[in-house]
Design a protein around this ligand. Structure first.
Ligand code: PEP
Length: 259
C-alpha cells in the first residue's frame, strides 16, 4: 500500500478574482513540480475564481489541481444559484469538497444531499471529479464520547449505494468541527484514531484492498507548526487546509511537510 498524500487548500469565501490570481501565482512561484512525485496538491477557490486560478497554473505548467467547494447533483435546469458537475469540469476542476461542516451547519446540507453530490461527481467514469467528503463531529458529540459512531454513520451515508469501483479516487476528510477555524487542532493521536476508524468503515463498505487505497485527510487548524506530526500518522494521508491555505508561505510549508 502506498497512498500518495494530498494537500488541499479550502479558500472558503475569500479572494476576489484579482486576489485569487495573486495568491495562485504566489503559490505557483514557490511550487516545484517534482514534489508531485510524492504529494498531490490542490487549491479550492470560490466558484468565480476557479477559471482564473486554473489559467495561472496552466500557463505556469504547474501540476497543482483545482477543486471546487461545492456542487449541485442535477445536470442542468431551473436551479437558481447552483453549479453542475459539468460546469466544474469545464473550468478545470479535478476535486470537489462535499459536505463541509459549514455547508452542513449553515446551509442545512444533509447526509442524503452529500450522497447525491458524491454520486453526481463520479458518474462520468472517464473524467470523474474526485469528491473530498468531509465528516466530523461537534464538540458536544466528542464530549459525549460517541464520535466514532457519529463519523461512521456519516461515512456510510455519504457512500450509500456505491461499490468499490465507484469509491476509487474518492477522498474522505476528517474535520472535527471543534478544530475548524478555532486554532484548536486535534492531537495527532486523536486525529489518527478517527482516520483509522474511517478506514475500517471503508473496508467494511468496499473491502480492505479499496480502503487501503483511499485517502483519508485530516482538517482542522492544520498549519506549518503541526502539519508534520499529523501527516506522520499512518492513516492520515494529507490535509484539508483552511486558514493556512490563504497565504502562499504557510500553504507551501504544509506541502513541504508532506514530502
Ligand atoms: C476547513 O474549513 O476545511 C479547515 C480545515 O479550516 P481551518 O484549517 O481554518 O481550521
Amino acid at each position: 500500500m502506498t497512498r500518495r498524500k494530498l494537500i488541499a487548500g479550502n479558500w472558503k469565501m475569500n479572494n476576489t478574482v484579482a486576489e485569487a490570481v495573486v495568491l495562485t501565482q504566489e503559490i505557483s512561484n514557490r511550487f516545484e513540480n517534482d514534489w508531485t512525485d510524492t504529494v498531490d496538491v490542490a487549491i479550492c477557490p470560490p466558484y468565480v475564481d476557479l477559471k482564473p486560478a486554473h489559467t495561472v497554473l496552466e500557463f505556469d505548467k504547474q501540476k497543482i489541481a483545482i477543486g471546487a467547494q461545492n456542487v449541485y447533483w442535477e445536470a442542468s435546469g431551473a436551479y437558481t444559484g447552483e453549479i453542475s458537475v459539468a460546469m466544474l469540469r469545464d473550468v478545470g476542476c479535478t476535486y470537489c469538497i462535499v459536505g463541509h461542516s459549514e455547508r452542513r451547519t449553515l446551509f442545512g446540507e444533509t447526509n442524503e444531499d452529500v450522497n447525491k453530490k458524491v454520486k453526481a461527481l463520479i458518474e462520468n467514469k472517464v473524467q470523474p471529479i474526485h469528491p473530498i467528503v468531509c465528516v466530523g463531529e461537534s464538540l458536544a458529540v466528542r464530549d459525549e464520547g460517541t464520535y466514532l459512531d457519529f463519523v461512521d454513520k456519516q461515512v456510510r451515508a455519504a457512500f450509500a449505494g456505491l461499490d468499490a469501483t465507484d469509491a476509487a479516487g474518492c477522498v474522505v476528510a476528517y474535520e472535527p468541527i471543534w478544530a475548524i477555524g478555532t486554532g484548536r487542532t486535534a492531537t495527532p493521536e486523536q486525529a489518527e484514531e478517527v482516520c483509522r476508524a474511517i478506514r475500517v468503515t471503508l473496508g467494511e463498505l468496499f473491502g480492505d484492498e479499496r480502503a487501503d487505497d483511499m485517502r483519508v485527510l485530516y482538517g482542522g487548524s492544520m498549519n506549518e507548526g503541526n502539519a508534520e506530526l499529523l501527516l506522520a500518522q499512518e492513516d492520515i494521508d494529507g490535509g484539508l487546509i483552511g486558514g493556512a491555505a490563504l497565504k502562499a508561505e504557510s500553504f507551501i510549508a504544509i506541502v513541504k511537510a508532506a514530502l
